[in-house]
Design a protein around this ligand. Sequence first.
Ligand SMILES: [Zn+2]
Length: 229
Amino acid sequence: MQTISKNITLNFNQKDVELAKEVITFARKKFPEIENYFEIKTFPVAINIWDDFDKFAKKMCEGGAKIGKHSSVVANASKDEDVIDVLTFEIYKTRPKHEKSTFEDFKKTILHEYVHLCHQKILLDKTKMPAFMMEGIATYLSKQNLLAKGVAKIDCSGADLMQNFYNTPNAYGYSGLVAEYLDKTKTHKQMLEILKEPHKVDANVLVQETNLFLQKNRVKNLKICDKSV
Ligand SMILES: [Zn+2]
């Protein structure tokens, strides 16, 4: 089945009509916030909701991704076509690392993919996108952050993030902390300049600066707590 709502086209199976309604409501509300952040105009986007992991994986593999039977990949953004593919929430919850995910997490995943599409639009050189900057801003803007889970320190090196992102534990969360640090310490104009040319950042320096920033904020928060006791 297909639903078109303004610039968003949703493809889904008939039994997932309720899910589709929730997705479209969420997208209509949240996508404009991301467009505003990147200062871009709204654009046509398609969201495909897959109720079969094997079919989803097959499409991803055709697009060049490597997705095995036990992959934890639950969604993907095809940047050349402005398409988001995502599993139904029912299937999503059965995938490795997502067993405890809530419906909120599911929606954040869709938003994460949308950040990728928007980010792509402002890149000056589409061939130069370090994974940790791409995933960092998507994790941060979709509020999949680690701070909420009590993780307030990056426990890996800049080189790990830069050269071995997908094999580094917690890399998404850590890169989200880097993006949060940048967003909170730069002007929005500066932030957009960084996001336009993300390959120019120095990951080692950013990891150090982010950890200092997190430490300072932790101390500040502790002091505030002291005063109130
Ligand atoms: Zn991503």
